[in-house]
Design a protein around this ligand. Structure first.
Ligand code: ZN
Length: 138
């Protein structure tokens, strides 16, 4: 029998922003961002599921990244707070390593086996709209 699927972060937050049941497209969420690149590398943990690499852009943007560990419940990291913090600070690059917020447990969450050991190396680069315009003048 296949093990039951554990709920992940995207089951709580979804992968896109929505307000009153309506999706908010990225361009409306962050009108100041001209280009965006997010690289996520899954490291650490037991052999289960780590080692993956994910690349996100403006068109494939997701507000969360789910943990690949099949034993992990409610796991992953939230991407959107990282991006909105950068936009507020007008940062163009950020590199950080985050621990999975989930835990290893039984499929229905009744038993707790321990913290999830997966970590995520996140590399974010973005360009703002005004900056491109000023470059185009040269
Ligand atoms: Zn996890």
């Amino acid at each position: 029998m296949a093990p039951s699927r554990r709920e992940k972060l995207s089951d709580i937050y979804g992968t896109v922003y929505a307000q009153n049941g309506q999706q908010i497209p990225f361009a409306k969420l962050y009108p100041e961002i001209d280009d965006l690149s997010i690289e996520i590398e899954e490291v650490g943990g037991r052999p289960l599921g780590s080692g993956g690499r994910v690349q996100l852009s403006k068109t494939t943007y997701s507000i969360v990244h789910d943990c690949p560990n099949p034993q992990c419940a409610l796991g992953g990291i939230r991407i959107d707070p990282l991006v909105s913090q950068m936009v507020h600070a007008r940062k163009t690059a950020n590199q950080l390593e985050l621990k999975c917020v989930g835990y290893e447990g039984s499929p229905k969450g009744a038993r707790f086996y321990g913290c999830c050991d997966i970590r995520f190396k996140v590399n974010i680069a973005m360009r703002y709209k005004g900056e491109e315009k000023s470059r185009d003048r040269f």
